[in-house]
Design a protein around this ligand. Structure first.
Ligand SMILES: Nc1ncnc2c1ncn2[C@@H]1O[C@H](COP(=O)(O)OP(=O)(O)OP(=O)(O)O)[C@@H](O)[C@H]1O
Ligand SMILES: [Mg+2]
Length: 648
């Protein structure tokens, strides 16, 4: 089907021309099916489940354009701020000149909150959290929107992103009869459950427009299976000693570079990607990435920037969460421009960002930060493997793609084949009730207002997670507890309503426990004891995932205990909880030391100490410092909201 044929859906000719210029005159098979069989452009709700790079995101864009051309409002949901920024620039380019008001809403753009809540937009790009917040603030606004596109919908089954997305979509369903929902998901095993739940038709396609070979390299032979044809084959590749997988990797990269190809390499840890990038850069000695270096010099000095300066002198880069947002963006852009030849990265690069490579090497492991435990090494989930390997062979860029796992033994080669190529073991699991019922109640009642137990029960039973796995709903106890905690109230007719305090938990997407903690401590905070406030922020369950690791030297020197002692002696810290730490050394656990470290870091960050100095002093990197700052700001804004209410 030709793009021109879309003119019958009232899409402006100038837009069709720009689509044709960017990606050609033909629609992909998936897009043809969505348009001609499933009413994508005629208001029909649809869940599309198909492999990476099969043209799903463009289906969402076409649907959006059809609504916009009728003057209707569209909300487009993406999982990450970085993806929102990328899509925003893209949509602004294409749609602003057609008079469409394009708006981005993420935590980085508070200036747009007012326009979003008032509905002053035509096309709004939101991350999932912002969308849920919007529904809580103004549920009626959704009645003025005619299309919601949910990109990367498979994340509803992700333990960390799933709960907020399911909360938002469960509320959206209450209005689903009135608007079109387009869900875009990578291949799911039981997509029909999700489609039924959302009230959508289902379009499943297994075919990928660009063939992808996925397989394992062992002993010089790359054994692969083709995604589309299912055929297996073998190819001879470079091979060194089995005990030196980096040597094998580097030799293969050299071969690709000699053919003028770019490559992506996914490794398990932040330290490892830097190390491999530095080693490989010294070894290959390519001409420097001059333009990239020029831009990099203009960025804020950081330890990551220093390392990138070294690797880029040989056109090699790395990409991990220790880099700042600006550094990561630069690496992505300059790789796309072709100047950077190889990027060594962690899984930070796997989702949504459209960085193509003909060949992707990947290590099937990742580090996961346990709450205040040292990070643990885990195998990649099958879904993560699919996402990463799907970076290889992007449409319009390559004729095929190759994803290569390097095995360290024959046994490992068999296991990897079995786990990632042979079986496709993704069983969707609901994530909504991960942390109990409290937050789900608060969220629902915050949006709806007042409800009876029966209606609350009906709502819970209607959620996706409940449908996937039913469990006994014991509501009375939880509701009574939330009332005792002043997060809910119950009227004489037995109906429940949210209190101001409960509403903060819902709006800020934080736990009831954190709200109660802030509320009970607020009156103890003294304006001249900033440190105690910071300590309270980092003592919440939400802070556990961002507490920085303690270096051995920091543990041995007991530096943060000494610093705290100085503060207490000089009278800067007055809080009883903190002074008690010094009197009872058994309280100084690993986690407490991590919290103290975070507070000292935040204090200096707030005082404007330069990032490079903070990196040196606290032995953590700029990317992580910004992340800690961002999360602490969010917790602090929650505490500020609570402070507005003298009583619940
Ligand atoms: N009709 C088309 N003709 C040519 N190229 C296309 C067409 N539709 C999309 N593309 C291009 O194909 C690539 C993949 O498309 P898209 O990003 O929509 O896939 P996707 O299924 O959403 O992938 P992912 O699961 O990785 O997000 C993009 O570079 C896009 O510009
Ligand atoms: Mg996509």
């Amino acid at each position: 089907m030709k793009v021109d044929k879309l003119a019958r859906f009232n899409l402006p000719a100038s837009l069709l021309d720009s689509w044709k210029n960017i990606q050609g005159t033909e629609l992909l098979p998936l897009q043809v099916q969505a348009v001609s069989r499933h009413g994508l452009l005629e208001g029909k709700s649809l869940l599309i489940s198909s492999p990476t790079s099969s043209g799903k995101t463009f289906c969402g864009e076409m649907a959006a354009a059809a609504h916009l051309s009728l003057g209707h409002k569209v909300i487009y949901l993406v999982p990450l701020k970085a993806v929102a920024e990328e899509k925003y620039r893209d949509f602004l380019n294409k749609y602003a000149r057609l008079g469409i008001r394009v708006l981005i809403s993420t935590a980085d753009h508070p200036e747009n909150d007012f326009d979003l809540e008032k509905g002053n937009f035509d096309l709004a790009l939101l991350v999932y959290e912002k969308f849920n917040q919007l529904l809580l603030k103004n549920l009626n606004l959704i009645q003025t929107v005619s299309l919601v596109v949910v990109d990367e919908l498979q994340l509803i089954f992700d333990p960390s992103r799933g709960p907020v997305l399911e909360k938002a979509l469960a509320k959206l369903r209450l209005f689903s009869g009135r608007l079109q929902i387009i869900g875009l998901s990578s291949v799911l095993d039981h997509a029909e459950v999700l489609a039924n739940w959302l009230g959508c038709q289902l379009l499943v396609q297994k075919h990928r427009p660009v063939e992808l070979f996925q397989g394992v390299l062992w002993n010089g032979l790359y054994h692969f299976r083709a995604h589309n044809s299912g055929q297996e084959g073998e190819e001879k590749l470079e091979w060194k000693d089995a005990c030196q997988p980096l040597e094998t990797l580097f030799s293969n990269l050299e071969r690709l570079l000699s053919r003028g190809e770019q490559a992506l390499v996914f490794l398990k840890s932040k330290a490892q990607v830097e190390h491999a990038a530095l080693l490989f850069a010294q070894r290959v000695k390519l001409p420097e990435a001059g333009q990239t270096l020029k831009h990099l010099f203009e960025l804020e000095p950081t330890a990551g920037r220093d390392k990138l300066l070294q690797t880029l002198s040989s056109a090699i880069a790395f990409h991990n969460a220790d880099l700042t947002y600006a550094e990561r963006k630069l690496v992505e852009e300059r790789y796309l421009s072709g100047e950077i030849k190889v990027v060594f990265c962690t899984t930070t690069l796997s989702l949504g960002v459209n960085l193509p490579a003909k060949t992707v090497f990947l290590e099937p492991l990742k580090y996961q930060n346990g709450a205040s435990q040292p990070a643990v090494l885990l195998p990649l989930e099958w879904g993560e493997y699919e996402n990463i390997s799907g970076r290889a062979g992007r449409l319009g860029q390559q004729d095929c793609g190759k994803a290569i796992l390097i095995a360290g033994s024959e046994f490992e080669a068999e296991i990897l084949w079995e786990r990632y190529i042979e079986s496709k073991p993704f069983q969707p699991q609901g994530q909504l009730f991960n942390s109990g019922l409290d937050e789900v109640f608060l969220d629902y009642l915050s949006a709806i207002g007042t409800e009876t137990v029966t209606s609350i029960q009906e709502y819970l039973q209607s959620t996706l997670s409940f449908r996937l796995k039913e469990f006994p709903l014991v509501l009375d106890e939880t509701l009574a507890k939330l009332c005792r905690q002043h997060l809910l109230t119950q009227d004489n007719f037995g109906k429940f309503s949210i209190t101001n305090l409960g509403r903060v938990a819902a709006l800020q997407n934080i736990s009831a426990q954190t709200v109660l903690q802030f509320h009970s401590q607020l009156f103890e905070f003294r304006p001249d004891d900033q440190f105690a406030l910071l300590y309270s922020l980092v003592s919440t369950p939400e802070a556990r995932i961002f507490l920085p690791y303690l270096a051995l030297g920091e543990k041995k020197s007991r530096i943060y205990v000494k610093l705290l002692s100085e503060k207490v002696t000089s009278g800067q810290v007055k809080s009883a909880a903190l002074t008690e730490l010094l009197q009872q050394p058994e309280l100084l656990t690993f986690e407490v030391l991590q919290k103290l470290k975070t507070c000292f870091l935040l204090e200096e960050w707030i005082d404007g100490v330069e990032i490079k100095e903070l990196e040196r002093k606290f032995q953590i990197r700029a990317g992580q410092i910004y992340q800690i700052g961002e999360q602490a700001s969010w917790l602090c804004s929650s505490a500020a909201l609570i402070a507005q209410f003298q009583s619940p």
